[in-house]
Design a protein around this ligand. Structure first.
Ligand SMILES: *[C@@H]1O[C@H](CO)[C@@H](O)[C@H](O)[C@H]1NC(C)=O
Ligand SMILES: *[C@@H]1O[C@H](CO)[C@@H](O)[C@H](O)[C@H]1NC(C)=O
Ligand SMILES: *[C@@H]1O[C@H](CO)[C@@H](O)[C@H](O)[C@H]1NC(C)=O
Ligand SMILES: *[C@@H]1O[C@H](CO)[C@@H](O)[C@H](O)[C@H]1NC(C)=O
Ligand SMILES: *[C@@H]1O[C@H](CO)[C@@H](O)[C@H](O)[C@H]1NC(C)=O
Ligand SMILES: *[C@@H]1O[C@H](CO)[C@@H](O)[C@H](O)[C@H]1NC(C)=O
Ligand SMILES: *[C@@H]1O[C@H](CO)[C@@H](O)[C@H](O)[C@H]1NC(C)=O
Ligand SMILES: *[C@@H]1O[C@H](CO)[C@@H](O)[C@H](O)[C@H]1NC(C)=O
Ligand SMILES: [Zn+2]
Length: 730
């Protein structure tokens, strides 16, 4: 009890931080030496985590659709809370936020229709997906097909096929004399975020968007071999999904959607789509394609696997025919819930290692996201069991987060991190995300901030291989299969750990908090084809993708031991030298590509280079001198080096955001705005260089000025990160 109030005080006064840190450290250690044992908990966790228990969790979670903001949001949030408490967590709470969500009108189908010359409907899309495979009692609770935040209303026009709907696709259309202004575009899922497709379509003048998944992308073994015979997408399977291109509650940008919040009016949020958008099945897309005249055949690379020529339009085959989109989807204020569970640390109660996964799904959500939720509940149970039976507790506090409304735009996690941003930026050590725990059964894949990459690799060496064929081939661990399937080109024998982008709940921890994060799961060459459809259900998980739930078990084990490693280590296992090597490699690549151009335009990599060099030196010194000699018996010294490590990632956050993108602020790892072109490292710089193209300073002084300014910010922040590792302010 006493500890907790001191910890709170600490947060408020950074000047006395170290002094109290020392006092509290000594006090707690001595207190707890009597109470808790230290042990290597990793083998115990690996033993304890059960595939059957994950399967049972998943069965419950997938028994009903659980869309954010519906009755099931609360019921499942409470169910997860109760599992947490039953497993022995110290606390678990449901945390509500009132946010802008979006739903089709109850009992009304959104439709796309072919209208003949007499204004009669010749064909109308079904608007919902037929049940296939094992019957599900709660099929009636599944929402009609829709895209969240679609514009509402009716539009009529002719259709233009716009391939993946990227800018390059519209440029190609323009080259071929097709102007989409005033028309409806038919766009394939894939290649870029669906919300960006709508932004681009509207920019080029389209009045509505029809989205479909081509069998070439998601039914590669033919249209007859689909769910439930295989994992491939059936012809009436429809991918739902959000169209909102910014993350967090649309009405409370930058701030939490709590009771006192000031809310924008819906029409003030410029990032909400205005045109109607409707997703349909590929059987239906085929009928629309057949209604088009083929005076203008599509480029060959635009062809898919439908049984009809792909034509550009807009001319219909039959004169006077049109297409009508009728969308009833409306935005509504609804309540969504996070569930937050807490396991208090024995020594550093005010340092948090967080694990998270979202809970909401578009339908039954077996793989996305319930495979992760079912696994997290089992991780918590195993930890609780070991706590009870071995008299163990982690050194640091572990926090378990089950997020609401991720699917609408990372809303639950953004609102929570926005609410607790200041405290989290002092106390959050790392955030470990698992969204889709199992999206395939071939190999682990993972991405991480450089400081955590090694840790992920080391964890994978401890987890037994879940795949019998792989074991027969001599690959006994998750690591062995991962290294084989995703080899690191620069490090023979090692798997490549990806870099963090956006797209799941780690984003607010990276951007709002500035904490190192990771995201991983089992997958195949590509992720499962029935993503965001009705067919992402228990049958898919238990009979097709992971019979025996052994891949789920492997991911849960990875998650538990990686978290336990960070939570329990005396000195944090963060690999800062790899961060330096990574920055150096990235800068080398930038220099190779742009150095000459910069020099010709009165800009330079000189200061960027100097800051990376000093970061390299600082991380080397810190690793080889400070960390190598730290006295682990001295709580003040331990706290001091750990604080440096915890804070390091925060330095890469520019509070003003990237150039022209205030909501995107990590100078190294933000996602490029030019989705189709850009690299994801130093996105602010790369985007500006893309924007300026081959224009000189004289031709585009404004952009060149922004380039110089951003280069100076990069050099400054990396230099300060380097300095933070030393003992000196100056
Ligand atoms: C739709 O149009 C086709 C071709 O004109 C015609 O054969 C078919 O009967 C029409 N179907 C309906 C339901 O109007
Ligand atoms: C496309 O059509 C619209 C409306 O007819 C017109 O305003 C616009 O200039 C056209 N764009 C091009 C590039 O021809
Ligand atoms: C696919 O199924 C349809 C209907 O059952 C059948 O007519 C067709 O021959 C099948 N195609 C292939 C390639 O098996
Ligand atoms: C649009 O759909 C609504 C709901 O089904 C229906 O009431 C309305 O008549 C439709 N409008 C048109 C023009 O088809
Ligand atoms: C692995 O997934 C594939 C589908 O990609 C499936 O055919 C196969 O049966 C699965 N294996 C296991 C053990 O579940
Ligand atoms: C950074 O990269 C350059 C060019 O490859 C290399 O010469 C230098 O040694 C690297 N610095 C560090 C600290 O690795
Ligand atoms: C080059 O940039 C610097 C600031 O970065 C500025 O002081 C100088 O005037 C610029 N020179 C030219 C020729 O634009
Ligand atoms: C510069 O870019 C323009 C437009 O992208 C292009 O037409 C031109 O050929 C480029 N010039 C050089 C020297 O690359
Ligand atoms: Zn997900």
């Amino acid at each position: 009890m006493g500890n907790k109030s001191i910890a709170l005080l600490l947060a408020t006064t950074s000047a006395v931080f170290f002094v109290f840190g020392a006092l509290i450290g000594v006090y707690v250690i001595e207190e707890n030496k009597k109470t808790f044992v230290t042990l290597d908990v990793k083998p115990l966790l690996i033993d304890e985590i059960s595939a059957e228990k994950i399967s049972a969790n998943l069965k419950h979670l997938t028994s009903v659709p659980h869309v954010a903001g519906t009755e099931q949001d609360l019921l499942q949030a409470e169910w997860v809370r109760d599992r947490f408490l039953e497993s022995g967590l110290d606390e678990a709470h449901t945390v509500p936020y009132d946010v802008l969500l979006s739903y089709p009108r109850h009992g009304v189908v959104n439709t796309v229709e072919l209208i003949d010359e007499k204004n009669q409907a010749n064909f109308t899309t079904a608007g919902r997906q037929p049940p296939l495979g094992t019957p599900q009692d709660s099929y009636d609770k599944v929402l009609m097909n829709f895209n969240a935040y679609s514009g509402n209303g009716i539009v009529e026009g002719n259709i233009v096929y716009a391939h993946y709907g990227r800018d390059v696709d519209y440029e190609e259309l323009q080259k071929r004399g097709v102007n989409v202004t005033g028309h409806i575009v038919l766009v394939r899922y894939g290649a870029l975020f669906r919300g960006s497709k709508v932004v681009i379509a509207a920019k080029w003048g389209a009045i509505g968007v029809i989205l479909f998944t081509d069998p070439m992308d998601k039914a590669r073994e033919g249209r007859n071999f689909t769910f439930p015979d295989s994992w491939w997408l059936p012809g009436m399977g429809v991918e739902s999904g959000s169209l909102y291109v910014v993350d967090g509650d649309p009405l409370t940008p930058f701030y939490p959607a709590i009771e006192s919040a000031f809310r924008l009016k819906e029409e003030e949020q410029v990032n909400l789509p205005r045109i109607p958008v409707q997703p349909i099945g590929y059987d239906e897309a085929e009928i629309l394609l057949r209604s088009m005249s083929c005076e203008n055949p599509a480029p060959q690379e635009w062809d898919g696997l439908l049984d009809t020529p792909y034509c550009l339009g807009p001319k219909p085959l039959n004169p006077g025919w049109k297409v009508r989109i009728n969308v009833s989807t409306t935005n509504e204020m609804r309540r969504t819930y996070n569930t937050i569970g807490i396991l208090r640390g024995s020594v550093e109660e005010d340092r948090y290692v967080l694990l998270g996964n979202h809970r909401d799904a578009w339908t039954f959500g077996a793989l996305d996201p319930s495979s992760g939720t079912a696994s997290m509940i089992e991780v918590v149970r195993a930890l609780g069991y070991i706590m009870k039976n071995k008299n163990w507790r982690p050194r640091r506090t572990m926090v378990f987060c089950s997020w609401g409304a991720e699917e609408f735009g990372l809303i639950g996690s953004y609102e929570w991190t926005q609410q607790f941003a200041k405290v989290l930026s002092q106390r959050a050590v790392a955030y470990l995300n698992v969204d889709v725990a199992v999206g395939g059964n071939q190999t682990l894949r993972g991405s991480a901030y450089p400081m955590l990459k090694n840790l992920l690799i080391e964890s994978s060496k401890l987890v037994p291989n879940p795949n019998a064929a792989e074991i027969a081939a001599g690959r006994n661990t998750v690591f062995d299969t991962w290294a084989k399937n995703a080899p690191d080109a620069n490090k023979p024998g090692q798997p490549a750990v990806g870099n963090m982008g956006g797209g799941s709940d780690f984003a607010p921890f990276a951007y709002v908090v500035g904490a190192p994060t990771t995201d991983f799961g089992y997958t195949a060459e590509y992720s499962y084809p029935t993503y965001h459809t009705l067919y992402d259900n228990y049958q898919l998980a238990s009979e097709i993708v992971d019979r025996g739930f052994v891949h789920h078990q492997a991911v849960a084990r990875m998650w538990a031991i990686t978290a336990a490693d960070i939570a329990d280590a005396t000195v944090l296992p963060f690999d800062i030298k790899s961060y330096a090597a990574f920055l150096n490699d990235s800068l080398n690549a930038l220099e190779d590509k742009y150095d000459e151009q910069l020099q010709q335009n009165n800009a330079t990599f000189k200061y960027f280079r100097a800051s990376v060099d000093s970061f390299s030196k600082a991380t080397k010194d810190f690793s080889e001198k400070t960390l190598a000699t730290v006295n682990v018996e001295d709580p003040l010294e331990v706290r001091r080096v750990n604080d440096r490590l915890v804070q390091l990632e925060r330095f890469f956050i520019d509070p003003k955001g990237l150039p022209d993108r205030p909501e995107t602020n990590h100078i190294v790892f933000s996602v490029s705005a030019n989705n189709a072109y850009g690299s994801d490292t130093f996105a602010g710089l790369v985007d500006l260089l893309f924007q300026v193209g081959n224009k000189t300073e004289a031709q585009d002084p404004v952009t060149w000025n922004k380039i110089r300014q951003h280069l100076s910010v990069i050099a400054f922040l990396i230099g300060e990160a380097a300095r933070s590792l030393s003992d000196n302010l100056w």
